[in-house]
Design a protein around this ligand. Structure first.
Ligand code: TPP
Ligand code: MG
Length: 325
């Protein structure tokens, strides 16, 4: 386990900043959705922040990230500006896809963030293909692919893990097991409820990680670095977590009890980390308050910039559809 001697105050501040930025960004997204400024589907990441922050801090700039539609947290932790993501969701031309993608299709070549995919588990084969390209080119970067427990019940999960193991490609599969796929609890859709076992069936090293504990994720990533980057083999991290909000903005949450949500919120990853970091003297209460203020300003600015953005001109409607050169 990571201890205070191998984390300095600046790193602790940075990590808390990452997680708080995600939480407040998602709060603002929900609010903007209810005001009608964001439309379409919206899936929030609140409660799962320790995974994005913990995994991303171990990745290099040239590593490739792929994610599902619950990807705001990954995009933020990867370094895409909150204003650019918010603008994308507002449908504005300043968005990372010029407002054409929206919440589920964030994409940014500059940070090697290759989506944002709406079809469950459709990006797992892409991750393997990209990792195969990396291997063929003899590069030392890796692919990191985030997906949910529901995706692990899809056929492409089996096909992708099989080929990743067979070809021994550098892909890190990060399963964010938040216990539900929409309204279906894991035990109703998986014959083998231990998702790590599924990885082992393909000979892939697969471990469980406490996804509510940032330190546990950081610790797991150290080993993952050795397996995926150094030994250039696939690996599966199954991060146990919980989404604090509904599946999407259309969800009455009839499939889980309020008490269950309360129980999981007691292990809020942001509180767990803050308690640890203040308890061991890495962060002061003042420093935490300062981060809160900075984040609040960042998010206000993101919403303001998105609101003041311009829609793509109608003349550009057919641009970016076909390659022209
Ligand atoms: C191939 C496919 N089937 C069904 C859906 C509808 N759908 C959208 S989200 C979702 C649940 C996926 O759950 P999980 O992978 O656990 O991710 P989470 O939403 O919990 O992060 C489903 C079934 C879809 N988008 N794609
Ligand atoms: Mg899920």
């Amino acid at each position: 386990m990571v201890d205070r001697f191998i984390m300095d105050a600046a790193t602790a501040k940075g990590l808390l900043h990452q997680m708080l930025r995600i939480r407040r960004f998602e709060d603002a997204s929900a609010e903007q959705y209810s005001r009608g400024n964001i439309r379409g589907f919206l899936h929030l990441y609140s409660g799962e922040e320790a995974i994005a922050a913990g995994v991303m801090q171990a990745l290099r700039h040239d590593d490739i990230i792929l994610s599902s539609y619950r990807e705001h947290g990954h995009a933020l932790a990867r370094g895409i500006a909150p204003s650019v993501i918010m603008a994308e969701m507002f449908g504005m031309a300043d968005g990372c896809c010029r407002g054409r993608g929206g919440s589920m299709h964030l994409f940014d070549v500059a940070t090697n963030f290759y989506g944002g995919t709406a079809i469950v588990a459709s990006h797992l084969p892409m991750a393997v293909g990209m990792a195969l390209a990396i291997r063929k080119r003899d590069e030392h970067r890796i692919v990191c692919c985030f997906f949910g427990d529901g995706a692990a019940a899809e056929g492409t999960f089996a096909e992708s893990l099989n080929l990743a193991a067979l070809w021994s490609v550098p892909v890190l599969f990060v399963c964010e097991n938040n216990q539900y796929a929409m309204g279906t609890a894991l035990q109703y859709s998986h014959a083998e409820k231990d998702i790590a076992q599924k990885g082992r069936a393909y000979g892939i090293e697969s471990v469980h990680v406490d996804g509510m504990d940032l330190l546990a994720v950081i610790d797991a990533m150290r080993h993952a670095e050795a397996v995926v980057r150094t030994a250039r083999k696939p690996m599966l991290l199954v991060c146990n977590t919980y989404r604090f909000r509904a599946h999407s903005m259309f969800d009455a949450e009839l499939y889980r009890s309020k008490d269950e949500v309360v129980q999981w919120k007691r292990r809020d990853p942001i509180d767990v980390f803050t308690t640890w970091a203040t308890g061991c003297g890495l962060l002061t209460e003042d420093a935490v308050a300062q981060i809160e203020t900075t984040v609040a300003n960042e998010i206000t600015e993101a919403v303001t910039m998105a609101s003041q953005g311009d829609l793509e001109p109608v003349e550009d409607l057919e641009r970016h559809i076909y390659a022209t050169e």
